[in-house]
Design a protein around this ligand. Structure first.
Ligand code: ADP
Length: 580
């Protein structure tokens, strides 16, 4: 019952399965104890009836008191155990599932995040786990426990009188059949609702992120209307789902309770025909008041259990995604980066089509080429942010596809255009470069990256919070922080997306100064946008439509008749001249 399939179906950890087993066991105990209580009541009534009809002495008051007291204590203890093994433990399970999901995400290749919507992922880690938590704590243990205890009670009832047992319990399987029958439409509704919820989350995120642009083009109304429509759609889907489920669950509950009427009818008939005595019917009526109760809670949640399948599937999708693994040691002979016949595609279209080149240690290798030719892709692949389709990328003779991405990353610094800054102080943002670096080291790196001059002007210097994603800093300042980070890390390979073109002259000179300090002696792969960098490079690799079109030193390439590089240089020089 609680095998691998069960575990996958409800996205449970091994511990989670153990918890459900314990929850089921204690639920069985509680349900049977409640029936035991009914048994005590029955015996007492039987005693009283015997006193009334046959003149036997009354059952002793002390004995009754002791029995009731004993029952209450036992019942309390069992309920406590049940509570702990259903609700209590599950909260820990939720925590460990979230942590294991986060661990999993850490190991997934970046490509995975490109394919999946981030709002959707957040919804899985927060929303889906919450939904499952409810099912783990409120539903599974109760439901499975109730199946077992009802089966035990049913056997006893059938042993007493199969006719009465049948008229008492026929509603239970019918109610469940009805619910299972509605499962498909429930799942469909739930998927629709989920999709609508993700759209709302996406819409809110998009509107907030792009508020500046939206205001700039006076499109607030249109965007808010779109968002309103999405929220309305989610609301109507939600109502439809709840309504359908509500109808089925209540119908099931009513059907189950029809058993009371059929038991009374059958019982009276059987008494009249002399098949049973009144006390037997009385016992069945006592049992009937409790036999449906365990299912009530489970029934109310059973639709949630069906719906949770959608959440569990989404969770399993993350667990099942292929992770980027590899050796935890990385000791290359040198830090030359060698691309050998590399093919790569993000989705379907091939972006790199047999790229081969070498970026030598101690040299600056510039990647140039038209926009979309695959320069950034090469830089990302060099750090194994994605895995390639075929070919090899080696660093100092080691195939990077065989090295754990996190281990590999210790040898890389990346200064990309989209600098990611956190809502923390300048000091902590730079310290991200090397965990545990002393304040003095952070300051030294910041000085070398020409951060000093703008940091000194901030109200609390290095301890000034810089706002979400560095909202309080200019483009050049952000980039210098990212260079300071890389300087602090001092990794032997530097991947650089040079975006100094967007900076003003003063900033640019400062960034260039900082860069030259960062780059000396390293293997540098730079996505070059400016002629100055390109001319100072040791080697140039010209990419065109995912292939290496030209390769060589700047002088060699400039000397080439009809070369792409020569043509690009002429174009840039012409436009530079023109803009002056
Ligand atoms: P460049 O840096 O030379 O401008 P890129 O390496 O960024 O070129 O892009 C090469 C091609 O790959 C382009 O056609 C681009 O649309 C595509 N591309 C880049 N990044 C992604 C991504 N994350 N997902 C899908 N396609 C991408």
């Amino acid at each position: 019952m609680f095998g691998k399939e069960f575990q996958r179906k409800y996205a449970l950890t091994d511990q989670g399965v153990q918890n459900i087993k314990a929850g089921t066991f204690w639920t069985v105990m509680v349900n049977l104890a409640v029936m035991g209580g009914m048994g005590i009541l029955y015996l007492m009534m039987k005693g009283f009836a015997a006193t009334l009809t046959e003149g036997k002495p009354l059952p002793g008051a002390l004995m009754i008191l002791l029995l009731v007291l004993g029952f209450l204590i036992l019942s309390f203890l069992l309920h406590l155990r049940q509570y702990r093994s259903t609700y209590g433990i599950v909260y820990r399970e939720v925590k460990s599932v979230r942590i294991s999901l986060a661990e999993r995400l850490r190991k997934l290749p970046l490509g995975y995040f490109g394919k999946r919507d981030l709002a959707d992922l957040t919804e899985t880690i927060m929303g889906d786990v919450n939904r499952l938590e409810h099912v783990w704590s409120h539903c599974l243990g109760y439901l499975y426990g109730s199946y077992i205890s009802t089966a035990v009670i049913a056997v006893m009832l059938f042993a007493c009188s199969w006719k009465l047992a049948l008229s008492c319990l026929w509603g239970v399987p019918v109610a469940f059949l009805l619910l299972f029958g509605s499962r498909k439409s429930s799942a469909r509704n739930s998927e629709d609702t989920k999709a609508a919820a993700v759209q709302v989350a996406d819409g809110i995120q998009e509107t907030i992120e792009n508020m500046r642009e939206i205001r700039a083009v006076n499109q607030e109304e249109r965007f808010l209307k779109e968002l309103n429509d999405k929220i309305d759609r989610h609301e109507s889907r939600m109502i439809r789902t709840e309504l359908t489920n509500g109808i089925f669950v209540n119908a099931a509950s009513v059907i189950m309770r029809l058993g009371v009427a059929t038991t009374i009818l059958t019982g009276i008939n059987m008494i009249l025909s002399g098949e049973i005595g009144f006390m037997t019917l009385f016992m069945f009526l006592l049992v009937i008041t409790r036999v449906y109760a365990p299912f009530d809670q489970a029934l109310a949640l059973i639709s949630e259990m069906f719906l949770s399948q959608v959440s569990a599937n989404r969770l399993m999708e993350i667990y099942d995604a292929e992770t980027a693994e590899g050796s935890l040691s990385f000791a290359p002979e040198s830090h030359d980066i060698v691309f050998e016949n590399v093919y790569f595609s993000y989705d379907h279209d091939q972006v790199l089509k047999g790229v081969s080149f070498t970026a030598k240690e101690g040299e600056v290798t510039a990647l140039v080429g038209p926009s979309g030719s695959g320069k950034s892709t090469c830089a990302r692949l060099a750090a194994r942010l994605w895995d390639i389709d075929s070919g090899t990328i080696k660093v100092g003779g080691v195939n990077i596809a065989e090295v754990d991405p996190e281990t590999l990353m210790t040898d890389y610094s990346m200064v990309f255009q989209d600098v990611v800054l956190f809502d923390d102080t300048v000091m902590e943002n730079i310290r991200l470069g090397r965990h545990g670096a002393a304040d003095e080291e952070v300051r030294a790196a910041a000085r070398a990256a020409n951060c000093d001059e703008f940091v000194d002007k901030l109200p609390q210097g290095y301890h000034t919070p810089i706002g979400e994603n560095g909202a309080r800093l200019s483009g050049g300042e952000r980039q210098r922080i990212s260079i300071a980070r890389a300087l602090l890390k001092d990794a032997p390979i530097v991947l650089l997306d040079e975006a100094t073109a967007s900076l003003d002259v003063e900033n640019e000179t400062k960034v260039q100064g900082a860069l030259s300090r960062l780059l000396s002696g390293k293997t540098v792969l730079v996505i070059a946008h400016r002629m100055r960098t390109v001319e100072a490079a040791d080697k140039i690799v010209v990419l065109d439509d995912g292939r290496v079109a030209e390769e060589g030193s700047p002088e060699e390439l400039l000397a080439k008749e009809n070369g792409i590089f020569k043509h690009m240089t002429q174009l840039q020089n012409a436009s530079a001249g023109w803009s002056i």
